[in-house]
Design a protein around this ligand. Sequence first.
Ligand code: ADP
Length: 354
Amino acid sequence: MSIIADDNDYKKVDINAKNPVIKPEAAEYDRNFENSIRPKSFDTYIGQSALKEALKITIEAAKKREKPLDHLLFYGPPGLGKTTLAGVIAEQMGVEIKITSAPALERPRDIIGILMSLKGGEILFIDEIHRLNKVAEEILYPAMEDFYLDMTTGKSQTVKTLRIPLPKFTLIGATTKAGELSGPLRDRFGIIHRLEFYTEEELSQVIKRTAGILEVEITDDGARAIARRSRGTPRIANRLIKRVSDYALVKFDGTINEKIANLALDVLSIDEYGLDSTDRGLLTAIIEKYDGGPVGIETLAAALGEDSRTLEDVCEPFLLQAGLLQRTPRGRKATPAAYRHLGYRNSTEQQNLF
Ligand code: ADP
């Protein structure tokens, strides 16, 4: 057999690898922290109520039919709970989940190895699925559709195709860029859902839940102050509560109220929109260096010394949703709201000065 891999020949997803904003030395610590606070059930998974209701029905129906779930695709910006939701689904179905990410499936043997290690009903979670290479995608097609692998043995004239059956499994794919998924792959998902940014109220609940796990005292106002600056994202809310609780402990008696939360967030350079120095740097560069835009993402990345993927995946979704950034066919533009937020006159007003 020409291509085959053993059971352990896949890498577990590195949750922080997709968010290079976290310093590498903090990755292990952050990952352990994320895992310790990750909700395991629909009851503790906050928000996304329409999606949860739809999923509960799908799960109930699959259980009644005694069949695995249809393949599912979740899309939306990083940190909104795609991986967490896949874990909740596995828990509800009472099955194991194997977690990997497309960049870890570089060679054919990586994807074959993981598919052959699956048992009936199990869930395979592939993060960043839009980054899957063509060969891996083609191996996945018959696996997703009819649960078999096509493998070739021998060389040139003696080549033979072997059809290897696989157990019936469920693939859950997650992506920050649904538009970059190839049509044939997207069509093989029975269920496609988008995750939404969280409201301030939902993020307050996330923060209070995490504070409870960390045994940190927090007032309702304190939770709201952090929620307001969490960019609609639970991962950011959780990261901020940890930093704010350090500040509250060192500078005060450990309890977080509104005043202490705001002081700590100012020290962390998180502004009232929740923007950090990278976000502000991006908007400032568009305004100051490119006259408000439009400017291409690669040019911006080079000007900022940042990875363009970080800007696109981590910074942009929220800036777009907050109305601070506009995407045009010719590049990115800062909106009048961005000028106002950063204390600039907008471009028309600036021109009128001369
Ligand atoms: P994604 O896979 O979309 O990047 P994750 O599932 O890794 O995001 O979630 C990031 C962190 O945010 C997790 O550690 C989890 O604790 C928290 N989180 C995400 N969604 C929720 C939710 N709905 N309720 C509570 N916590 C959440």
